[in-house]
Ligand binder design. Structure first.
Ligand code: ZN
Ligand code: ZN
Ligand code: FE
Length: 763
């Protein structure tokens, strides 16, 4: 926070401007209370870019007011800047909240916030007028981003404007000191949104929903930022039915419970996990499964982790209180499509999946998936950043001279809008592979432009000529388009979140990204800063027969490595036997003829190859499945690395995985424990990367290493490599504010473009 004050101390009047997350978080009521405490007259109002305050009174009181303004701000507020200027008093006699003023400024918008403890108490208090009211909120909690259409934050610019407050609610809204004083989402059973079940039964909607769930039925539930599909998480047949209907064979489902104690019964909850679970952001937290828990096997098959979140809306609290067991709460969408938000959309989209629909009539302005985190090295790592976190901005270390839009990558897309150093990173949008997601992208982009009053002049995109994101960037019709290499964007995202402008050794371990040489990259060692990079190391290239199919069928990656040295076939025998000869032969032919068999340097594919050689997996039903299963098998058992040598090429280095894969295959043939080998594989990758990174750092005289890319969602790999590098005295930066995966790529693209544009202006 920076405090910029004029030289003269406050005398009798002061004019303040406060910037940051200061609207929709109970900030004006707080200012009002504070002014009253120090007997100051004046006013406060929301503007588009800041909160403006005028106060007047005794100088000593003004000073105290100013001091406590930043130290006592409400919990959800985040003050970034506070400007104060002395002014002449206007002889006001009272302190008031003025009407908002729309003046073209820009400011952060608060994310949605989980139900607060005070509202939770009232929800279950039989004497309270909001007893069991499914839309209870106050200035400390409830929807924000998902109801706000534009700023400044007032009810008339939210989807709550459809509900006119009744007299009782009005009274709270106007009473200084009330928890709902100026609460823009305020409502009650008389005047607020309604909940209903379709098809209707003769019971109240929540009781009826609970009964359906207990009977094993699937209910689509409209929530804050879209629909969930809910089912009894202890009922194997019900969960299997949801999988069949959603055509989602294996990808794990998240589970919701009401209390920390219930979460502890499902998985291991350390201090960091506990803090995350009960935080106001309420993300899904990956927990190590507790053996013998009540969870159905089909919730997260073949994995040792399960995603758990605590209830965050009043509807969820009421429902879980009725069913008294964990519920699967998975995104309400058809596979690969965006989450449904409208009642009619959902009924059409989910007609073949859900048995019933629990609906409400508060329109959802923004699509908002649940965020997902896991703990690695005693701190959280994002797997998906959306609800509770977006659209809070991050700062770029180098300001962009022009407003820009970084359209993001192909998969796990987010986009980033930039003005100066402010970078507004969108919530998770999804994989840009169909028209529905493209439309979701465009809707979200339009919403951000309005919310943050940003008109980009420059578009930033991935290098890949064929991606839908590349077309999106072109269609924006802006004066300039800057292409950025995928893994440079990965490294730059981590540099930018840590505010680093210096050159570093950047490691990117990833699935796929388009390389400068037209090959598939994804296990890269760069000497890089924000503006530029040089590729100084990589994984040895191998052909991936079938192209994109290789990401879904891990044996293809193994076959690609085997083609580097046919003498290695003895070690791969078990795997080769598992694939039909004809299918295998087509793949071999593809490689021989270099037909749809691109060269790849990809850590994702190396994990696949190892999984295939170890017989862990022959098919990926979702991205990264083999790698997740290997990590699950490895657990935390100690293991020695196998050989993963680095080889000098003419002007750079490469890691050769062939000896590693052969060793794994031979040990497996010799009857070694597969879980043990999975652990040894992890340590081999960590040790190999450590050795090469250390060598490159020493050669370039650099001491900072950046870890980026989707493979570092693997906690074992991230923790082991970080520890090895740190043991050498190197400084290691890993992604903490954004995900290691492609969710951070748009922010990285933005950071690179900003650095390049600013270099053009001041060379
Ligand atoms: Zn509340
Ligand atoms: Zn009311
Ligand atoms: Fe990536």
């Amino acid at each position: 926070m920076t405090i910029v004050a004029t030289r003269h101390p406050l005398r009798e009047g002061a004019r303040l401007s406060v910037r940051g997350v200061v609207q929709g978080v109970g900030f004006r009521p707080f200012v009002h209370r504070l002014a009253n405490r120090y007997h100051l007259a004046g006013w406060v109002r929301n503007a588009s870019g800041d909160v403006q305050i005028h106060v007047e009174g005794r100088p000593v009181d003004l000073a105290k007011f100013l001091q406590h303004l930043s130290t006592d701000a409400p919990p959800l507020a985040r003050i970034d800047e506070l400007h104060s200027e002395a002014c002449a008093p206007a002889n006001l006699t009272a302190f008031t909240i003025l009407e908002s003023r729309s003046d073209g400024g820009r400011q952060p918008v608060s994310p949605d916030v989980a139900l607060c403890a005070a509202c939770e108490r009232e929800l279950f208090d039989g004497s309270n007028r909001r007893h069991r009211f499914p839309f209870i909120t106050c200035t400390d909690c409830g929807p924000r981003f998902t109801v706000i259409e534009s700023m400044p934050y007032d009810r008339e610019r939210t989807s709550m404007r459809a509900f006119t407050q009744c007299d009782a609610c009005q009274r709270e809204y106007r009473t200084p000191g009330d928890r709902r004083y100026h609460s823009e989402t305020n409502s009650c059973p008389v005047c607020g949104p309604k909940l209903w079940l379709e098809p209707a039964t003769n019971r109240p909607p929540l009781e009826a929903t609970a009964q359906l769930l207990l009977e094993g039925k699937i209910v689509a539930i409209r929530g804050l930022g879209g629909f969930h599909l809910a089912v009894d998480a202890t009922n194997d047949r019900a969960v299997a039915r949801l999988r069949a209907r959603k055509e989602r064979e294996a990808k794990p489902f998240a589970v919701m419970v009401r209390t920390l104690a219930e979460a502890q019964a499902l998985g291991t909850v350390g201090d960091v996990e506990a803090a995350l679970l009960s935080s106001r952001e309420r993300p899904i937290v990956l927990l190590r499964k507790r053996p013998g828990s009540v969870l159905a096997d089909w919730v997260a098959p073949a994995l040792d982790t399960v995603g758990v979140m605590l209830a965050y809306t009043p509807v969820q609290h009421l429902l879980l209180d009725l069913v008294r067991r964990p519920l699967v709460m998975t995104s309400g969408n058809r596979s690969d499509e965006p989450i449904a938000i409208g009642n009619d959309d959902a009924k059409a989209q989910l007609a073949m999946i859900a048995d019933s629909f629990l609906l409400h009539d508060r329109e959802i302005v923004a699509r908002y998936d649940d965020s997902v985190v896991r703990v690695a090295g005693a701190a959280p790592i994002f797997l998906r950043r959306a609800r509770g976190y977006a659209p809070l901005p991050l700062r770029l270390p180098i300001a962009s001279p022009k407003p820009l839009i970084a359209v993001g990558p192909h998969l796990k897309n987010t986009f980033t809008l930039v003005h100066g150093t402010e970078a507004y990173i969108s919530q998770h949008v999804g994989d840009l592979e169909n028209l529905e997601t493209l439309e979701a992208w465009q809707t979200a982009f339009a919403a951000y432009r309005t919310l943050f009053r940003l008109e980009p002049e420059v578009a930033v995109r991935d290098l890949h000529p064929g991606y839908m994101s590349t077309r999106i960037a072109g269609d924006l019709g802006l004066e300039r388009i800057i292409p950025v290499q995928h893994h440079h964007a990965h490294v730059a995202a981590v540099l930018a979140e840590h505010g680093i402008r210096q050159r570093v050794i950047g490691i990117s371990f990833d699935g796929t990204g388009y390389g400068d040489d037209g090959n598939v990259w994804g296990a890269e060692f760069f000497e890089a800063d924000l503006a530029s990079y040089r590729r100084v190391g990589q994984l040895r290239y191998a052909r991936m027969p079938g192209g994109d199919l290789a990401a879904r069928e891990p044996w293809r990656a193994a076959l690609g490595y085997l083609a580097l040295d046919p003498d290695a076939a003895h070690a791969f025998g078990a795997m080769l036997d598992a694939v039909h000869y004809n299918v295998r032969n087509v793949a071999v032919q593809q490689m021989a003829r270099r037909l749809n068999a691109p060269l790849a340097s990809s850590m994702g594919r190396l994990f696949d190859a190892a999984g295939a050689v170890l017989g862990v997996s022959l098919a990926n039903q979702f991205e990264g499945q083999t790698a997740m299963q290997l990590e699950s098998l490895a657990g935390s058992r100690r293991a020695q690395p196998l050989p993963f040598p680095m080889i000098r090429t003419c002007d750079s280095w490469m890691l050769d995985p062939l000896p590693l894969l052969i060793a794994l295959g031979e040990l497996r043939n010799g009857g070694a424990d597969v879980a043990d080998l999975a652990a040894r594989f992890h340590e081999s990758v960590a040790a190999g990367a450590d050795q090469l990174a250390a060598q490159l750092a020493a050669g370039a005289g650099l001491t900072t290493i950046v870890l980026s890319g989707g493979c570092f969602q693997n906690a074992r790999l991230a923790v082991s490599l970080k520890a090895r590098l740190e043991a050498r005295g190197l400084r290691v930066l890993i992604p903490r504010q954004l995900s290691p995966n492609d969710g951070a790529v748009s922010f990285g693209q933005a950071a690179v473009a900003a650095a390049r544009l600013s270099r053009e202006i001041t060379p």
